[in-house]
Design a protein around this ligand. Structure first.
Ligand code: FES
Length: 57
């Protein structure tokens, strides 16, 4: 997912599960998006999808 920081999709999903609810929180926790930032959009999409699934009822 974020090749610059060596962060996998599973790492991001796990961080979201543990309460990271914004891109900023994920960035702080994992460092995503702090390099080339091409992953920013992907991470935000993942976050949005995950939130929909988790809280939509
Ligand atoms: S791939 Fe995430 S900052 Fe470059």
């Amino acid at each position: 997912m974020c090749t610059c920081m060596g962060v996998m999709k599973s790492d991001i999903l796990e961080a979201i599960d543990q309460g990271a609810d914004s891109f900023e929180a994920l960035s702080e926790e994992l460092g995503v998006g702090t390099g080339c930032s091409t992953c920013v959009e992907e991470v935000q999409q993942l976050l949005a999808q995950k939130k929909q699934k988790c809280c939509s009822s």
